[in-house]
Structures are given as structure tokens and as C-alpha cells.
Design a protein around this ligand. Structure first.
Ligand code: NAI
Length: 252
């Protein structure tokens, strides 16, 4: 019996990077996977790729910063697959680099809308479904930025710190109802998000960061996907409200 046999999982930001690696890992573990992303073309291709490999996958177009779309995403998952056993609230974006005095309200709202309110909103409606079922597991995507400071990244780090607070509080509320909520803090992982940083002239910053990673390398999306899979599985049945750091030792 595979780890997630016949379980239904919903993953946001699933068209590429960590989200797609997670969708693939869950599918390989026997799950029916709903892949949600705001990039219609990419998410359709991602779900097709899994289907071609023989897995059950569903593509959903959703902007997690829009409450109405989030509710529709969860409804579609449940209508299609009948339930919601696990969710990985992973969609996230970077802020425009700027010192605190120069950050704009527009960028703050944009980043908070996806990285913090998006997670809040996904979790809220996922919990309404899981509460009805009396079971479920949620993993919210924070970051090492959720436990450390980062110059010029205050908005991103602020949102990711917030994700941990939302996670711990909800975990306290729902642990007695058979629902576990945890967060994951990836270190520097080689995904299109990091490629964008390199292309945007931040290669020097990235190189300096890698120098300080005890493992001396970038992480692979699958290394985060496997940790999320474990957190959502029965192997982690007594893990609630935990902040799991997967960063090659960067934050030690
Ligand atoms: P990525 O940029 O490669 O992929 C993110 C996916 O989310 C994309 O497919 C994008 O279209 C989607 N997305 C963005 N905004 C969305 C929205 N409003 N609604 C729906 N989908 C949306 O990013 P990556 O690297 O895979 O990151 C995934 C998560 O991991 C993010 O929350 C990020 O903050 C976090 N993270 C990534 C790290 C890294 O080094 N790559 C390090 C720490 C955390």
C-alpha cells in the first residue's frame, strides 16, 4: 500500500517548481492530485504531464489572493474527487527588493495578498471541508524567510513569518478534531523562482547565500516535496503545529 493511496490532495502554485514536484510526489504515492495555479497554460500542461504518466490529476485555474476563486477551487476538488484529505498551500511570490523606507504600499499589498492572505484564505476554506469530514492534513509554505530576517525582503519575510503564526494558531484549534496543520520552511531551492532571481541580477547575492549553506548547494524541489508528503501522511500522525525547516543547514 502506497503512502497516500486514494487520498485527495490539493496543491496551490502547482504548475512548476516546488508545487509541481509535490504534485508528482503525491501522485506517485497513490494520491489523486488537484493542481491549482493562476497560470492557466502552465497548470494545464502540468496536470497533462501527470495524466500522461498514468496518474489522476486535475488542473484548476485559481489566483489564491481572490477569496471567491479559492472557494471555487476547493469546491471543484471536492466535486471531482469526493473529499479533501490533504492540502499544500504553496503558491508564493517575491517582493520587489527595497529597504524598508522605500518599499511601496502596492508591492506590500501584492505580496501579502498572495503569500499571507492567500494561505489564510486557502486554509480557511480547506478547514471548512475537513471539519465536515473530521480529518485532514494541511501544510502551509513558509520559508527560511519565515524564521530569519532578510535585507530588502521585509515584505516577503513578514508574510512568511505570518504563515507560521497562522499555522500554529489553527493547529491548536483543530488538533482535537483529527486535523493536523504544519508549516514547511524551504531553504534555497532550485526552482524557476530562483532562476528569476539569477536572471534579475541577483546571482552575486545567491552565490553568497550558497556559500553559507552547510550543504554547499541549492536544494532540489523533490527534497521539499518529500518532506511535505511525509507531513501529510499518517507517518506524521502526531505532528501538529510544527515548523519543518528543510534547508541543508542554512538556518542553524
Ligand atoms: P515558483 O515561482 O517556481 O512557482 C510558484 C508557482 O506559484 C508558479 O507556478 C506561479 O504561477 C504560482 N503562483 C504565484 N502566485 C500565485 C497566485 N496568486 N495564485 C496561484 N498561483 C500562484 O516558486 P517556488 O520556488 O516553487 O516556490 C514555491 C513556494 O516556496 C513559494 O511560497 C515560495 O515563497 C516558497 N519558497 C521557495 C524557496 C526557493 O528557494 N525556491 C525558498 C523558500 C520558500
Amino acid at each position: 500500500m502506497r503512502l497516500m493511496e486514494d487520498k485527495v490532495v490539493l496543491i496551490t502554485g502547482a504548475a512548476q517548481g516546488i508545487g509541481f514536484a509535490a504534485a508528482k510526489a503525491f501522485a506517485e504515492a497513490g494520491a489523486l492530485a488537484a493542481l491549482a495555479d493562476w497560470d492557466e497554460d502552465l497548470v494545464n500542461k502540468a496536470a497533462e504531464r501527470l495524466k500522461t504518466e498514468g496518474y489522476k490529476a486535475l488542473a484548476i485555474v485559481c489566483d489564491v489572493s481572490d477569496d471567491v476563486q479559492v472557494q471555487a477551487m476547493i469546491n471543484k476538488t471536492v466535486e471531482t474527487f469526493g473529499k479533501l484529505d490533504a492540502a499544500f498551500n504553496n503558491a508564493g511570490i517575491q517582493n520587489v527588493l527595497a529597504d524598508a523606507a522605500d518599499q511601496t504600499r502596492e508591492d506590500f499589498d501584492r505580496v501579502m495578498g498572495v503569500n499571507l492572505r492567500g494561505v489564510w484564505s486557502c486554509m480557511k476554506y480547506e478547514l471548512q471541508q475537513m471539519r465536515k469530514q473530521g480529518n485532514g492534513a494541511i501544510v502551509n509554505c513558509s520559508s527560511i524567510g519565515g524564521i530569519l530576517g532578510g535585507p530588502q525582503r521585509g515584505t516577503y519575510h513578514g508574510a512568511k513569518h505570518g504563515v507560521i503564526g497562522l499555522t500554529k494558531s489553527a493547529a491548536l484549534e483543530y488538533a482535537s478534531q483529527g486535523i493536523r496543520i504544519n508549516s514547511i520552511c524551504p531553504g534555497i531551492i532550485h526552482t524557476p523562482m530562483v532562476d528569476k532571481m539569477m536572471a534579475g541580477g541577483q546571482q552575486d547575492i545567491l552565490d553568497a547565500m550558497i556559500e553559507t549553506v552547510p550543504a554547499r548547494r541549492l536544494g532540489h524541489p523533490k527534497e521539499i516535496a518529500d518532506a511535505v508528503l511525509w507531513l501529510c501522511s499518517d507517518m506524521a500522525s502526531f505532528v501538529a503545529g510544527h515548523t519543518l525547516v528543510v534547508d541543508g543547514g542554512y538556518s542553524i
